[in-house]
Design a protein around this ligand. Structure first.
Ligand SMILES: NC(=O)c1ccc[n+]([C@@H]2O[C@H](COP(=O)([O-])OP(=O)(O)OC[C@H]3O[C@@H](n4cnc5c(N)ncnc54)[C@H](O)[C@@H]3O)[C@@H](O)[C@H]2O)c1
Length: 178
């Protein structure tokens, strides 16, 4: 198994896509630190992995909080060994603070897109330090996150997609690990 004996940390691991990735990594033999600011979500996924015979640890971690990231990494490495793989599946679809002000400047979607553009730029910057790093950009996936957009025009959204359907969080991550 490609990840046998290796440790991975998945941020947003309690979310739909994060969960699918965490389970996929565990099936490939990885020990998985499941990090999410919502403790119960992280625990549910860690327990699911353990229930399938894998090794996992739930971490309560907000990636916007440096102290929580450092503490989570320390705990994760203490329990599962050095983290060799980091998957960032954390995210939200709304600007949570000063939403009205943001709406005056940019639409919510523009903020979301700018944040995702930032992830791509950050990925390129890390590569300069010799870190192997990839950014995966999923097509619209059937999770709670895009429900606002889906509710506005599910039919039109699906029509615009080449496969004629929303992606499923349990299906798309698999090829990335093979
Ligand atoms: N669902 C889609 O259509 C779609 C398409 C492209 C990209 N994405 C991206 O994929 C990622 C996962 O999305 P999803 O659909 O599984 O959503 P989700 O809401 O099911 O999962 C997101 C998870 O991230 C966690 N999270 C939120 N803020 C966090 C923070 N500050 N620190 C750590 N974790 C945090 C949430 O608690 C949640 O468990 C997001 O970055 C999203 O933008 C989703």
């Amino acid at each position: 198994m490609r990840f046998s004996g290796k440790t991975a940390l998945v941020t947003g691991g309690g979310g739909r896509i994060g969960r699918a990735i965490a389970l996929g990594l565990a099936r490939k033999g990885a020990r998985v630190a499941v990090a999410d600011p919502v403790e119960e979500r992280a625990q549910a996924v860690a327990q699911e992995i353990q229930g399938q015979g894998g090794m996992a640890l739930a971490l309560t971690m907000d990636v916007a909080r440096m102290d929580q990231v450092a503490e989570g990494a320390r705990k994760g490495e203490g329990a599962l060994g050095p983290i060799g793989t980091l998957v960032n599946a954390a995210g939200w679809d709304k600007v949570r603070k000063e939403e009205e002000l943001w709406d005056q400047i940019l639409s919510g979607e523009a903020v979301y897109s700018a944040a995702k553009g930032g992830v791509i730029a950050f990925t390129k910057a890390l590569a300069r330090y010799g870190i192997r790093v990839n950014t995966a950009a999923p097509s619209p996936t059937d999770t709670p996150l895009p429900q606002g957009i889906i509710a506005e025009g599910r039919g039109r959204l699906i029509e615009a997609m080449p496969l004629g359907q929303l992606a499923h969080p349990g299906r798309w991550p698999r090829p990335s690990f093979s």
